[in-house]
Design a protein. Sequence first.
Length: 156
Amino acid sequence: MMMRKTLLMTIGLLTMFWHVVKGQTDRKVDLCIYGATSAGVIAAYTASQAGKSVLLIDPGTRVGGLSSGGLGQTDIGNKYVVTGLALDFYRKMGKHYGSFEQWIFEPKVAESIFKDYLAHAGTQTLMGHRLIGVETAHRSIKSITLLPSESRKAKI
């Protein structure tokens, strides 16, 4: 009887896993970015703003890389060389803190700003999944295979 219950539970879990994986196979995008670091987020934002469909995938659960993970002080010699979206980020940071620009910040504020970039651009994200396979043809990626990361496992 115990063996039968275990077998039925295993079949049920495999069926659920199959539906999760199967549901992910239908996505088609112009650009797939693996790594939700600050560079990955800005690349996804830029491509989305240019009209491309983008999927941003990361094995973790947090966007922003080092900036949102604890490195809240910018090494900067000459702030006038910082331009583009990097400068936009520091000005958004400044707005949060009530100043024009802010070079020292809390990581949670950085994560919030990176999430705002993705939301504003309508970028699709798939967090908590790791890349385990890539299929290519004629120097182009045709499909990828993902599995949920360890961080997505239920804690018992």
